[in-house]
Write a protein that binds this ligand. Structure first.
Ligand code: ZN
Length: 448
């Protein structure tokens, strides 16, 4: 036997050093069976081998991290967020700075999120600079991908007042192609379009324009994904070659033909449940005080904001909540249909809308996927490897040889109860534990 010594987190973080982790359960995140009495070797930030305890070859001098009784799973991947707009109690464009943005990415990381795609509300250079700095090791938090500025018809882009003037507002196919060329030059990670009339206040992006955008994106090796509201638009967007939906359709349940087309064309779908579900209460929801979720909230959110979110539930109109329950039930039924049909369901809960906090919303979304009929194993695949694949991150989102060692150490097994994804004892990015104690201090501070 080779010498294996126990280690501190610091030793384990030395570049080039090999570390053997031994856990009671390893959830691979790719849909494969969980491994019990698992061991995996990490070196240079990558997983080198995975096997049963005692069966993984360990190089001389490797250190060992004993995770007996713990479950290990891949860190989460989120394909739909909007970092940078909320700072404490205030939501607005004036908050959109590097500091606010990094706080959101760090908050997400604390809750176990490894990657966030910012979906089209990134003005200026902030997101691009952070993305570059992360690649160079000069910025932390969840890894940022960005769609830059998304594309919609005039006044039909992102909804909130804070977002006005950020998206492209177009009226011709050629403007659509020009916007995509500009985005491609900035090396965006995705093209985002909005196809919605915003409750009748604006025109929908017309099919000839979105067809030109999708075509131009594909010519440049980029995927295009759509905010969609109406069933009829979703049907045509699938036919037009859209790669993903950032929402389920919301005017009615998806019919069998649309579900079949989504499966046949391999379109990825973000159920995006959590935002709608929040509107279904006229009292504090039972899940708000679930101990695992609340512990993470208390660790990462200024206390006055937690208090305000709690209070906001109680102040809602009962009739509006009832209407929201009807809308939410439609989403749940569509998701159940998609899941049964084998559609590519991925995670994207619109994190970063007001009071829809980073990390917290992803954790809620997982639970809601299961409430809509997905098994915990299916929800985990959706929120890890399948979203990573959608984002072109083939060496992320699963625990297998050659992938990034981005994983959560949990005190319970989420395959038995999905809420165990919140029982986080440590978060590892590239084989190194993130400094959660430092983040607690920073993220709970009340902004001046
Ligand atoms: Zn969004």
């Amino acid at each position: 036997m080779l010498a294996v010594t126990s280690t501190s987190a610091q030793q384990a973080s030395l570049p080039g050093a090999a570390t053997l982790f031994e856990a009671s359960v390893l959830v691979p995140g790719d849909g494969g069976a969980p491994l019990t009495d698992a061991a995996f070797l990490v070196q240079g930030g990558l997983i080198r081998s995975v096997g049963r305890r005692g069966q993984v070859a360990v190089p001389s001098g490797a250190t060992r991290v004993d995770l007996a009784g713990k479950t290990v799973m891949p860190a989460l991947v989120n394909a739909h967020g909007h970092p940078g707009f909320q700072r404490g109690l205030v939501y607005g464009r004036e908050n959109y700075t590097r500091d606010t943005y990094l706080d959101d990415l760090n908050r997400a990381a604390y809750f176990g999120v490894r990657v966030i795609l910012s979906q089209g509300i990134d003005p200026g250079d902030v997101a691009f600079t952070i993305r570059r700095d992360q690649q160079a090791g000069r910025a932390g938090g969840a890894r940022l991908l960005t769609a830059g500025r998304g594309i919609g018809a005039p006044n039909a882009g992102p909804g909130a007042a804070a977002f006005q003037g950020i998206a492209y507002e177009l009226t011709t196919p050629e403007q659509g192609r020009a916007a995509v060329r500009e985005l491609a030059a900035r090396r965006v990670d995705m093209v985002k379009i909005w196809v919605d009339d915003r409750g009748g206040r604006a025109p929908r992006l017309p099919p000839p324009i979105y067809r030109a955008i999708i075509d131009e994106a594909h010519q440049r090796g980029l995927k295009a994904n759509a905010h969609v509201f109406y069933h009829e638009d979703a049907v045509d967007l699938v036919a037009a070659g859209i790669d993903g939906f950032a929402h389920l359709v919301r005017d009615r349940e998806m019919d069998d033909a649309l579900v079949a087309a989504i499966v046949r064309r391999g379109v990825s779908v973000m159920p995006n449940l959590a935002g709608t579900e929040r509107g279904t209460y006229a009292a504090v929801p039972p899940w708000f005080d679930e101990p695992g979720l609340m512990a993470l909230m208390r660790d990462t959110v200024p206390r006055p904001l937690i208090d305000r979110i709690r209070a906001s539930f109680a102040g809602r109109d009962a009739a509006a909540a009832k209407a929201a329950r009807g809308r939410y039930a439609i989403l749940q039924r569509s998701l159940a249909k998609l899941n049964k049909a084998g559609a590519r369901i991925i995670m994207g809960p619109d994190t970063g809308l007001e009071d829809h906090l980073f990390g917290y919303a992803e954790q809620r979304e997982l639970e809601e996927m299961v409430e809509a009929g997905m098994t915990p194993a299916q929800a985990i695949v959706a929120a890890t490897s399948r979203t990573a694949e959608y984002l072109g991150l083939r060496d992320m989102g699963r625990l297998a040889p050659g992938t990034h060692a981005d994983f959560l150490v949990l005190s319970g097994n989420p395959l038995a109860d999905i809420r165990q994804t919140r029982r986080i004892e440590a978060v590892y990015f590239d084989g190194r534990p993130i400094d959660r104690a430092r983040l607690r201090t920073r993220l709970t501070a009340v902004p001046e």
